[in-house]
Design a protein around this ligand. Structure first.
Ligand SMILES: C[S@@+](CC[C@H](N)C(=O)[O-])C[C@H]1O[C@@H](n2cnc3c(N)ncnc32)[C@H](O)[C@@H]1O
Length: 237
């Protein structure tokens, strides 16, 4: 809902929503169901994309992947069954994320930028692979993208292992992209003890045109005034 509100504020009509780590599909189906409700009340449409090996967890690389909690083969998936229950606006992309991400990213542009992601791949190494999704050209993203980080709350996670380490490395390696806890979210909620609040981060795309002085987003339309996407222009243009 927050992503749709931001999209409306910034003039977008369609967003891409991602889930890294699908397993049996509970989260992906929930995203699809909630997205359909959000479309009804905001008019924003969604492309939903889930990523998974299709064969469960890969081998952990070392202690940073939390072998005390996860092992190769955990979370198997019945891909055919899951695909049969997905709506037409949802894609399931199977294979190691490092292998499947580049081709997917080449399909994303400002007509449906990435507006939300759930990262639930448990390992440090897999989270690092997933966060590469946020290093593409700036127009592939909302200027601020709500992110759900499932695995920062595991009790053996800390800044040196697991998803938390992957986030810290992402911030260190990307000068114009930063992931930070969503500002003041708890104080804006009625149910202040809800656990999910601490899982919500924002991806700040500081090199986005809308966060760059003197640049503006403009709707592109056909001669019949049909919306076909957005482009960025300087104020003088
Ligand atoms: C905890 S489960 C996901 C649970 C899911 N979000 C849900 O709602 O039930 C973690 C998933 O991440 C996937 N995964 C972990 N590392 C991966 C990688 N490098 N590439 C693709 N999928 C990966 C595993 O196959 C596993 O299904």
């Amino acid at each position: 809902m927050r992503a749709a509100d931001l999209a409306k504020e910034w003039g977008y009509k369609r967003l891409t929503l991602l889930e890294f780590g699908v397993a049996a599909g509970a989260g992906l189906l929930n995203i699809c169901r909630i997205a359909a409700e959000v479309t009804k009340v905001t008019g924003i449409e969604f492309r939903v994309v889930g990523f998974d090996t299709g064969t469960g967890m890969p081998e952990p690389i070392d202690y940073r992947d939390l072998p005390e909690a996860y092992a190769a083969g955990d979370f198997p998936m019945d891909a055919d069954r899951l695909r049969a229950s997905l709506p037409p606006n949802c894609e399931l992309i199977l294979g190691p994320i490092t292998e499947t991400l580049p081709e997917f990213l080449s399909t994303v542009d400002a007509s449906a930028p990435i507006g939300f992601a759930s990262v639930d791949v448990d390992y440090y190494s897999s989270a690092k692979d997933s966060l590469a999704a946020f290093t593409g050209d700036p127009e592939k993203y909302l200027p601020l993208v709500p992110i759900y980080l499932d695995d920062i709350g595991d009790i053996t996670v800390n800044p040196w292992v697991g998803e938390w380490l992957a986030v810290n490395e992402f911030n260190a390696e990307n000068p114009m992209r930063k992931m930070a806890p969503w500002n003041m979210l708890r104080s804006r909620r009625i149910c202040k003890n809800a656990k999910w609040i601490e899982h919500i981060y924002g991806l700040h795309v500081h090199d986005h045109a809308l966060r760059t002085p003197g640049r503006q987003l403009r709707a592109r339309r056909t001669a019949d005034n049909e919306f076909i996407g957005v482009s960025f222009e300087t104020e003088a243009a």
